[in-house]
Design a protein around this ligand. Structure first.
Ligand code: SAM
Length: 248
């Protein structure tokens, strides 16, 4: 069996590619960032609608092929999207990508640290479900909390495995991500909030009291001590973070 490199499951269903691009409502005012153009099925459609497309591809063989097929308004960058400094790119307004599943989480947080109006992204379905999960479900996670603090997120449609070649092990979903102008709620110290969220989800089944007692000592005045982090809304975790931050 051929070893899968770089999460290469190429989209072969033109109608899915067309809908993926349509969801972004691209006009000639848009500069669009695409991670992993692959063989260019989405890139070609983006180039027809946008003023400009910036496409970052890690696989040098694909880069060589793409150079001969892409339109003049596509800037192709050969490299790893996780290490390319987005600040060195022309300012983009939208992001459209069928992402390699290995980098789903770090690339999503990298997107959210940059500026754009909408991202339309194909993720594995289980990752997409974690993005939009509600408290109290098994999909609710550190990812849900971190993303929902910065952006609104919804699943637009599920895509069958047969839309890709070779087919991935599980279904995919097309997801819309719209960053908030200001975060969904205010926390005193973002770094502390993210650190605490990670610490709590490392012990998601433990009572908050037991996790925090060993890490922070005297915490008896804090709220939610008798609950588990998986039961709290992102905003409640923010409140807990603020009260703990003031104590420490
Ligand atoms: N967009 C194409 C399509 O829809 O058919 C390809 C999608 S495929 C799921 C993911 C693509 O991302 C591949 O072309 C792969 O080589 C590329 N890729 C994987 N890791 C990458 C990274 N770290 N930076 C940039 N491109 C990457």
């Amino acid at each position: 069996m051929v070893k899968q490199r770089f999460g290469q499951h190429f989209l072969i269903d033109q109608s899915v590619a067309a809908r993926e691009v349509d969801y972004a409502h691209i006009t000639k005012d848009d500069v669009v960032l695409e991670i992993g153009p692959g063989k260019g099925i989405i890139t070609q459609l983006l180039a027809q609608k946008a003023d400009h497309v910036i496409a970052i591809e890690i696989d040098r063989r694909l880069v060589e092929q793409l150079k001969t097929t892409l339109a003049a308004n596509v800037t192709l960058i050969s490299g790893d999207a996780l290490t390319v400094d987005f600040k060195t790119l022309p300012q983009f307004s939208k992001i459209v990508s069928n992402l390699p599943f290995e980098i789903s989480s770090p690339i999503t947080f990298k997107f959210l640290a940059s500026s754009f109006s909408v991202a339309i992204l194909i993720f594995q379905k289980d990752f997409a479900q974690r993005l939009v999960a509600s408290p109290g479900t098994k999909e609710y996670s550190r990812l849900t909390v971190g993303v929902s603090y910065k952006a609104g997120c919804r699943i637009l449609e599920n895509v069958p495995r047969s839309a890709f070649s070779p087919p991935p092990k599980i279904e995919s979903s097309i997801v819309e991500l719209i960053p908030y102008d200001t975060p969904a709620f205010v926390v005193e110290n973002e770094q502390f909030f993210f650190k605490l969220t990670k610490q709590l989800f490392n012990h998601r089944r433990k009572k908050i009291h037991s996790t925090l007692k060993s890490l922070y000592g005297n915490i008896e005045q804090l709220p939610f001590l008798d609950q588990r982090v998986e039961e709290l809304t992102p905003e409640q975790i923010g409140r807990l973070s603020d009260e703990l931050y003031r104590l420490s």
